[in-house]
Design a binder for this molecule. Sequence first.
Ligand code: UDP
Ligand code: MG
Length: 304
Amino acid sequence: MPVLSVVLPAYNEEAMLKKTADTLKQVLSGEQIDYELIFVDDGSKDATWKKIEETAQADVRVHGVHFSRNFGKEAAVFAGLASASGECVAVMDCDLQHPPETLVEMFRLWEQGYEVVEGVKQSRGKESALHRASAGMFYKLMSKATKIDMSRASDFKLMDRKAVDTLLEMPERNAFFRAMSSWIGFKSTTIEFDVQEREAGESKWSTKSLIKYAITNIVGYSSAPMQIVTGAGVVVFLLGVILGIQTLVRYFSGHAVEGFTTVILLILIIGSIIMISLGIIGYYISRIYEEVKGRPRYIISKKV
Ligand code: UDP
Ligand code: MG
C-alpha cells in the first residue's frame, strides 16, 4: 500500500493529463515518496479516459476511475477518496494550477503529525475580471453561510486516513468538500500557495455554474434563507398593522374612497414575498427529497 494517494478529478483534461501525471511522478519519486495517482474522469467528452488508460497501463502506480456521466467535481473528489488506499490522501486539480512543490510540503507537514493540511490561495492567478468578481461574491456568501472563512479556500488539501474515512462515512449526498474538510476538525494547518496559470485546456467554471454551486452549497450549509422568509413575514405584518390602522381611521372619518393605490401595492408586495418564500422553502424541500432518495453520489462505469 502506498503512503500517499493523490486524487485528481479530471473533466475534459486531455490536454493536461499526460503532463500532470509526468510532473507529479517526477516530483514525487524525486522526493522518494511512495505514491499512487488516482485520476477520476468525471464523464469527459474528450480523450481524457483514453489518456488515463494509457498512463495506467504504463505505470502500476496510476489508477483511473471513469464516471458514467458528468457528476461534478465534488462527486469526483469523493470517488477518488473512496478509491484511495494511501495512509494519507491529497486532492489536487488536474491542470497543474496547484503546484506539485506545495504537495510535497503538505506531505512533510503530514509526516510531522498534521492530519488535515489545507491549501490556501495566496494569489488567484490569472482570471477574467467577471470571473474574479463572481468568485469573490461566491466566497463572501459562502463564508457567511458556513461561518468558515472561505475567501482563500481551495480544494487543494492533504488528509490523513482518519480524516478521509470520517468524510467517507458522512451520508449526505450534496457534499461540499472544501467546507467539510474543515468542519470535521482534526489537527489541521494551512499552507499558502500561488495559483499557477493553466497551461492548456480551459476553466470549466462559467459564471452560471458558479452561481448554481453557490446556491447549492449555501442551502447545504445554512438555513438562513428560510429565516429571511420569516423576517420578511414579520416586516410585512408590521406594515400591515400600520396600514390597517390608517385604513380604519380613514373609514371612520369618512374618507374611505381613496386607497386603491395602497391595495394594489399591498397585493403586489405580499404576493411577491409569498412567492419568493414558497420558492425558498420549495428549494429546501427538493434538497430534502434528494437526500431522502439516497441516490449514489456518482456511478462508476470503468476502472483501471
Ligand atoms: N472538474 C471536474 N468536473 C467538473 C469540472 C471540473 O472534475 O465538472 C475538474 C477539472 O478537471 C480540474 C478541476 O476540477 O481538475 C478544477 O477545474 P478548473 O481548472 O476548470 O477550475 P478552475 O481552476 O478554473 O477553478
Ligand atoms: Mg483550474
